[in-house]
Design a protein around this ligand. Sequence first.
Ligand SMILES: [Zn+2]
Length: 252
Amino acid sequence: MLVNISPEETKSALARSYLQSPVENSDNAYLVNTGQKLVLIDAGSGKLLGPLRGQLRANLIAAGYRPEQVDEIYLTHLHPDHVGGLADGDTMAFPNAIVRVDKKDADYWLSKENMDKAPEQSKRFFVGAMASLDPYIKAGRVKLFQGNTDLVHGVSAVASPGHTPGHSFFVAESKGQKIVFWGDLIHVLAVQFNAPSVGIAFDSDVGGAASQRLVALSLTPRRAATSSPERIFPSRERAVCARLAVPSSGSL
Ligand SMILES: [Zn+2]
């Protein structure tokens, strides 16, 4: 599934991390309690990708929260493994939540016209996005944003198009520290950390996704000793990614 890399290079990159293909993958969502709002970042696969996934609801309850307590859901993008958990059949799995996503992703993935034009193997992405968001759209609970936006006190969206047209990072800040939710910036850390130009077949724009990866990785402290103020992220950031196994958050 990786692109811009040969099978041999992939094999040796994986071997350096004591891995081999196929690599076990993770599909994570994150709950942020701002003190005023309970914010869910991404919603996992739900039932869209088979019975081994879709553990979000049970894990949320095990952590001491109830789905009806979630105030806002921020979606990094509308691929099925990030939206499937939104819906329980044709009802809202989080009945009191407002769903927020960049308008560019909504315009792309919720368009029947785009679905009709897409290759056959990609149509399921559109179907999954439409089915998952539909109960919230009908209830008037989808609120789009455009580009860099403050969403709720302490949490903001940063436009990072490439993997999808409206892919977003989310940055949570508290007491001078930040954590950045990278969505699908990286799929295979063992390969892409050292070779950010390597993309994945699911990237809408492989070059655009690579540019986002280069910027994000170059801003981490180990990669860039000097940090200029215009950079999006300070060197003290922590980063988590939908694909990284938990627990694995931390400063890179
Ligand atoms: Zn994705």
